[in-house]
Ligand binder design. Sequence first.
Ligand SMILES: [Fe+2]
Length: 297
Amino acid sequence: MTVRSLGYVVVEATDVGAWRKFAVDTLGLMEGPAGADGSVRFRIDERPFRIAVVPGKQDRFVSCGWEFRDAAELAAAIATLKAAGVAVRAGSDGEAANRAVRQIAYCADPAGNQLELFHGRTYDYAPFASPRGLSGFVAGELGMGHAVLPALQLAEVRAFYQRLGFADTDEMWLQMSPNPADPKLGIHFMHAACRRHHSLALVGMPAPSGAVHIMLEAKSLDDVGYALDRCIASGAHISSSLGKHSNDYMVSFYVRTPGGFDLEFGCDGITPDWETWVPTQSVIGDLWGHRWSPPPA
Ligand SMILES: [Fe+2]
């Protein structure tokens, strides 16, 4: 009864064409077959899609799709959530087919972040080929990457994800203001049953777009550098310069997506051995770089 990895994310967009331009032309993702719901879908590996962009009235992050190994593990997770008083809706066969999975269920965490719980992805075995010559992404069994979600009620939301089998990787407590008496910003990094440092992080701050950021991990530093050049050339807002995080050693930059949240594009994240891993607390977020600049109002 444990989430294996982040399977996919769902985004709503007023202009799916802007997302196609951003994802395919700028980042170098591969466009896959459209969904029955009219979604434009992007691939980074052999999975049917990792980002689904659904046409709608808003530009926002909709949900994370969390993958379970099989029907028994999914059923156990649903039972655990229901026993804790969480409302879980079973998806229809049509909803499952639309996400290219065998079975799907829906719920929300205590902060209102939407989850899709599933097992049994459909494979067509089409190899990933980047239209921008990217060497590829570190995904597969490590999942698509990670999602960083708003969670003002940090402890309560962490407890929710622990029920789904997530475990603590580490924490950051960052002093964001010059006054040391001000409360620190807390970030909880949590791992699923795969060796990605974190598939989920919870931040004690609001995020009007629905997500703080999502992360994709490319196979090489050159992939990251070329993507950064393409993002700058496209006029996309670079939310953070290149830098290296203190806890997962990811070398990355952040670019604002058409969804109003950031996408971290990185490489070289560590893959801890959870048998010997000991959670820690970091007081800085970066070893170097990652200079932040808010988007123009
Ligand atoms: Fe990140």
